[in-house]
Design a protein around this ligand. Structure first.
Ligand SMILES: [Zn+2]
Length: 270
C-alpha cells in the first residue's frame, strides 16, 4: 500500500538511479504527455511530498511559453502506482507492460513508472499548484506536529479516522497507518477530533510509525516482519485482536474501509 514511507523510498530509488544524469530517452504512455520528449534533459533531484513524487529536471534550454529551464515531473502513486529502476537490458518484470505510463532512460539506468496518476510536467516554480495544499509532511524536513494539531483541531467534529487521511492536515498517512495508529492509541475511528484525548500524542505516533519503515519496502507496525504479523488490525477482519482476542472488525468510514477492535477501541460517547 503506497503511503508516505513507500513514496519516500521510491524518491530515493529514483535519486540513486537517475540523480545528476542526463536522459538519453523518454516515453510517456498518457495522452497529455504523449508528444513530450525529455532526451537531453538532466535529472536534478528526486523528492517526495506526502504521497506525491517530484522529479526535478533541467531542460537543455528554455522551454514553453514561460521560457523556463527548471521543470518538475509530478506523479502520484495512489493505491496501485509504482516506479522501478532497472539496469539497461534488464527485463522489466515488476508489473504487466500495459500498466507502464512512463519510461526514463539514462546511460546507466532505466526508470519505469507503472500505473502512475496525475502525471504532469510543470515548471518547478509552480510545484505549489500541485502540493501547496498539503499539510506538513510526516517525513519532510519541515515536519511540524504543532501545525498538524492546529489543522486537525480546526475541524473538531470530523471523525479522527477521516481527519488523519485528509492530506491537508498532514501528508503521508494512508489507510494502513491510520488504522494502526488508532488501535495503538485505543481510539475508535469514529471519535470526533475534538474528543480525542491526546491529539499531539496521536500525531507523534503516526510520524514514528512511518519513520520506522523508511528505507525498506515491508511495512510493519508491530515490530515483526513475518508474514501475517506485520499489523495489529489492518487487513485482519474477523481475526483475533492481538491484545484481547476479540474479532477485528471492518467497516466503511467515509470513502475508505477501516479496521478496528471494538473492545480496545471503544465507541465514542454519543
Ligand atoms: Zn482488542
Amino acid at each position: 500500500m503506497p503511503e508516505g514511507d513507500t513514496v519516500w523510498n521510491t524518491a530515493r530509488v529514483l535519486e540513486r538511479a537517475l540523480g545528476g544524469a542526463r536522459l538519453t530517452g523518454s516515453d510517456f504512455r498518457v495522452p497529455r504527455l504523449a508528444a513530450t520528449d525529455l532526451t537531453g534533459w538532466t535529472v536534478r533531484a528526486s523528492a517526495s511530498r506526502g504521497k506525491h513524487l517530484l522529479l526535478r529536471l533541467a531542460a537543455p534550454g528554455p522551454v514553453g511559453p514561460a521560457g523556463v529551464t527548471d521543470w518538475t515531473l509530478h506523479s502520484h502513486l495512489r493505491m496501485d502506482g509504482a516506479w522501478r529502476a532497472y539496469a539497461p537490458g534488464e527485463r522489466w518484470a515488476a508489473r504487466p507492460a500495459h500498466l507502464i505510463r512512463a519510461v526514463l532512460r539514462t546511460a546507466g539506468a532505466v526508470a519505469v513508472g507503472y500505473h502512475l496518476h496525475e502525471l504532469a510536467l510543470v515548471p518547478t516554480a509552480e510545484e505549489h499548484t500541485l502540493v501547496g495544499h498539503l499539510g506538513p509532511d510526516l517525513l519532510g524536513a519541515d515536519w511540524d506536529p504543532a501545525e498538524v494539531v492546529r489543522r486537525l483541531a480546526a475541524h473538531p467534529r470530523a471523525p479522527i479516522g477521516e481527519a488523519l487521511l485528509d492530506q491537508r492536515n498532514l501528508a503521508g498517512v494512508g489507510n494502513l497507518y491510520k488504522c494502526e495508529v488508532l488501535f495503538l492509541r485505543g481510539i475508535s475511528p469514529w471519535t470526533p477530533v475534538g474528543a480525542v484525548p491526546d491529539l499531539a500524542g496521536t500525531v507523534a505516533l503516526a510520524q514514528r510509525l512511518l519513520a520506522a519503515n523508511r528505507g525498506r519496502w515491508a511495512q510493519s507496525t508491530t515490530g515483526s516482519l513475518h508474514r501475517g504479523q506485520t499489523s495489529y488490525v489492518y487487513g485482519r477482519r474477523a481475526q483475533p485482536c492481538r491484545r484481547c482476542g476479540t474479532a477485528i472488525r471492518k467497516e466503511e468510514l467515509g470513502d475508505r474501509v477501516t479496521y478496528w477492535c471494538p473492545v480496545c477501541q471503544p465507541a465514542p460517547p454519543s
